[in-house]
Design a protein around this ligand. Structure first.
Ligand code: GLU
Length: 604
C-alpha cells in the first residue's frame, strides 16, 4: 500500500473492491436452525439465506407481507428449481387490524388458444409420455403468476415497494451463495432436461458439470432481471420486454442440438401475459374442535380437501384413541376427501365447485359413516353425492376406478409473522423440480410446467380438464388456524398432492395427538390419496406399519417418482403462544433441513 503513497488499511481496500459491481464477495453463509422461539416476528422457510432476507426486512420495520415477498424473491435465487418469477402460488394473509384472513390466487393460467388435445402427441395420437417428455416442454408452461402475486400482496397489505422487496434478492443473486447437496442433487436429477436447453445448460451445467457442493453460485442474469423489474415494475414482465422473451421461449423452446427430447411447443402469446391477474379469493373455512381453519379455495383444492377431511375427522375423538386407530382414521378420511376432490374441484372460474356442500358438517357426517374402526375401505373409494345428503349413514360402500396421479412433489413454502401480529402463509412453485427446464434466455429464471397439473386426457366431466384460460387444479394448502379470532397456527408445505396430507397430518399431530409444532413437523408421514396403498416414510412404516396392516391397510414405503427419495413434504409453520411467544419450525432433516428464525429471542 505504501507504494501508492497512501496508507489505506487492507481491510478497507478489500471492502471497496468487493463492493464494486461484479466483484462482490459471496454472501456469508447464515446460521441454519430448524426451530426458533421468541418474539416480535419470525420467518421460516426451507433456506437459510431466504429466511435471513425476510428477517432483515422485519428488523428494519417491514411487515409480514413485505418480509414474505422479499423471502420469496430470495427463494427464487437459492431455490430456483422449486420457485421463482417463472411460476405461481397462493398467498394467505391474516390482518391483525381487521382480524380477517384473505387470500391471493397467483396460479399459472392456460393460454387462450390452448386446445383440449394439447397433451396428445400429433405423431402418435396418444398422450405424450409424462416424463421427461411432457414435463419438459413449452406446452406445459402456464402464464406465470408469482410476480403479479407479489405486487398484489404489497398493494393490499405491504408497506414497501416491489423495488425494495426485490433488492436483497438481487444482491444475493449477484454475490452468490454456497451450493449445498440439495441444490447440486436437484441439478443432477435434471441432467437430461437441463442439457436440453441452451440457456439452462449455460446456467446450471457450466463446464459440463453440476455446481459443486461448497462452491459459490451466482446468477447475474437473475439479478439483472430483478433490477429491471424493480425499475420498471411488473409491466416489464407482463407487457414489456420480458413478455416477448417468455413467449418466444415457450413457442420456440431454445433447445440444444444434442437433445433427443421432443420438447412440444406451447401456445402462449403476449396477450395471455397482458391479461393475467393475480386474483383475490375468499378463503375456505371450517371449524375444527373450536378453532377456525382457513385455507386456499379454488383454483387450489387444498382448502376444500384439508377442510373436508378435518370435518370427517372431527366426528372421532382422535386424542383418546390408540395411535394406530387415529392414524387409520386419518388415512381413511384423506381417501374420502381425495375422492371428492377428484370429482368436484377445479378452477371455479370455469367449473361449478360445490364448495359449501363439500365443507358442510352434515355431508362430512355422512362421509364419516364410511369409515369402520376395524376394516379398511377398498381403494379407490368413490366420490360422495354432494347433491343429496342428510347426515345419516347409508349402508352402501363405494369404490371407484383408478386414476393416475402425476402431480410432482416439489415447490416451496414460507411462513412469516411480524411484530403487529400479521401473518403470511405462502406456497409457491414452478411445478416439478426444475419446472419445464426452460430458462428464459439471458434472464436467469426457469419457466414452470404447471399445466401438467391438468388431467392430460380430455374428459368433459372432469373438473380439471384442460380449457383455455383455465387454472389447473392445485394441491397447495397454505393454512392459517385462528383461535377465538386470533392466530394460533400457520402451516404449509410443498409436495404436489401430498401437500394436502402433509398439512392435514401436521394439524392432527399438533391439535389432536399432543405434539409440539416442531415435533408435528418432524414426525414421520404417510399419505393416502385414494390409491390402493398408503404411502409412508420409512420411519412411519417401521413404527405403525404392522398395526395398520392388521386393520387392512396396504402400507408401502413412499418413493418420489422423480427424485427417488422417501421424504414426503418439507413443511414450515409458526405457532402463536400466549403473550406474543412464537414457536417457529422448519424441517430438521427433509430437503436438507430448513431455517427458522425469530426477530428477538426475548420479549422486548
Ligand atoms: N403443481 C403442484 C400443485 O400445484 C405443486 C407442485 C409440487 O408441489 O410439486 O399442487
Amino acid at each position: 500500500m505504501r507504494r501508492l503513497g497512501i496508507a489505506v488499511p487492507l481491510a478497507l481496500l478489500t471492502t471497496v473492491l468487493v463492493a464494486a459491481p461484479g466483484h462482490a464477495a459471496p454472501a456469508a453463509e447464515p446460521d441454519k436452525r430448524p426451530t426458533a422461539r421468541g418474539f416480535g416476528g419470525a420467518v421460516t422457510s426451507v433456506d437459510p439465506y431466504a429466511t435471513r432476507v425476510g428477517l432483515r426486512v422485519l428488523r428494519a420495520g417491514g411487515n409480514a407481507t413485505d418480509a414474505a415477498v422479499a423471502t420469496a424473491a430470495a427463494l427464487g435465487v437459492t431455490e430456483p428449481f422449486s420457485a421463482g418469477i417463472g411460476g405461481g402460488g397462493y398467498f394467505v394473509h391474516y390482518s391483525a387490524r381487521t382480524g380477517k384472513v384473505q387470500t391471493i390466487d397467483g396460479r399459472e393460467t392456460a393460454p387462450a388458444s390452448m386446445p383440449h388435445d394439447a397433451f396428445i402427441d400429433p405423431k402418435t395420437a396418444e398422450p405424450y409420455n409424462f416424463s421427461p417428455e411432457l414435463v419438459t416442454s413449452g406446452v406445459s408452461v402456464g402464464v406465470p403468476g408469482t410476480l403479479a402475486t407479489w405486487q398484489r400482496a404489497l398493494d393490499r397489505w405491504g408497506t414497501r415497494s416491489l423495488a425494495e422487496s426485490l433488492r436483497p434478492a438481487a444482491d444475493l443473486a449477484d454475490r452468490g451463495f454456497t451450493v449445498d447437496q440439495t441444490f447440486r442433487g436437484q441439478v443432477l436429477q435434471n441432467k437430461q432436461r437441463f442439457n436440453a436447453f441452451v440457456p439452462t445448460k449455460k446456467l446450471y451445467w457450466k463446464g459440463g458439470h453440476a455446481p459443486r457442493v461448497g462452491s459459490t453460485f451466482r446468477n447475474r442474469d437473475l439479478a439483472a432481471t430483478y433490477r429491471l423489474l424493480a425499475r420498471k415494475g411488473p409491466d416489464a414482465f407482463y407487457r414489456g420486454v420480458l413478455s416477448g422473451e417468455i413467449v418466444r421461449a415457450v413457442r420456440k423452446p431454445p433447445t440444444t442440438k444434442s437433445t433427443t427430447l421432443p420438447v412440444p411447443k406451447g401456445f402462449m402469446v403476449k396477450r395471455d401475459l397482458q391479461r393475467y391477474r393475480a386474483l383475490d379469493r375468499k378463503p375456505t373455512r371450517v371449524g375444527y374442535r373450536g378453532l377456525g381453519v382457513y385455507g386456499m379455495g379454488g383454483s387450489s383444492s387444498g382448502g376444500s380437501t384439508v377442510g373436508e377431511a378435518l370435518n370427517i375427522l372431527e366426528r372421532s375423538d382422535l386424542a383418546s384413541m390408540p395411535r394406530a386407530q387415529a392414524l387409520h382414521r386419518y388415512l381413511e378420511a384423506s381417501a374420502l376427501a381425495f375422492a371428492d376432490r377428484g370429482k368436484y374441484v377445479g378452477d371455479p372460474a370455469q367449473v361449478k365447485v360445490p364448495l359449501r356442500r363439500l365443507l358442510s358438517d352434515k355431508y362430512a357426517a355422512e362421509r364419516a359413516c364410511e369409515i369402520s374402526p376395524a376394516t379398511t375401505l377398498a381403494k379407490p373409494v368413490a366420490a360422495g353425492d354432494v347433491t343429496s345428503y342428510d347426515g345419516k349413514c347409508s349402508t352402501t360402500r363405494t369404490s371407484a376406478t383408478r386414476t393416475n396421479d402425476t402431480e410432482n412433489t416439489q415447490t416451496t413454502n414460507l411462513t412469516v409473522t411480524d411484530r403487529w401480529g400479521n401473518v403470511v402463509e405462502y406456497t409457491l412453485t414452478i411445478e416439478q423440480t426444475g419446472g419445464s427446464g426452460i430458462v428464459v434466455p439471458g434472464r436467469g429464471f426457469l419457466l414452470n410446467n404447471e399445466l401438467t397439473d391438468f388431467t392430460a386426457a380430455y374428459d368433459p366431466a372432469d373438473p380439471n380438464r384442460i380449457e383455455p384460460l383455465k387454472r389447473p387444479r392445485s394441491s397447495m394448502s397454505p393454512t392459517i388456524v385462528l383461535k377465538k379470532g386470533k392466530p394460533f397456527l400457520a402451516v404449509g408445505s410443498p409436495g404436489g398432492s401430498t401437500i394436502i396430507t402433509t398439512v392435514l397430518q401436521v394439524l392432527l399431530n399438533r391439535l389432536d395427538l399432543g405434539m409440539s409444532l416442531p415435533h408435528a413437523i418432524a414426525a414421520p408421514r404417510a399419505t393416502q390419496r385414494n390409491t390402493g396403498t398408503d404411502q409412508a416414510e420409512p420411519a412411519f412404516v417401521k413404527r405403525y406399519g404392522a398395526a395398520l396392516r392388521a386393520l387392512g391397510h396396504d402400507v408401502a414405503t413412499y418413493e418420489d417418482m422423480f427424485t427417488g427419495t422417501h421424504e414426503i413434504g418439507a413443511a414450515t409453520g409458526i405457532e402463536f403462544g400466549p403473550h406474543g411467544r412464537l414457536t417457529v419450525a422448519a424441517e430438521p432433516a427433509r430437503r436438507g433441513g430448513g431455517s427458522a428464525a425469530v426477530v428477538s429471542p426475548k420479549r422486548r
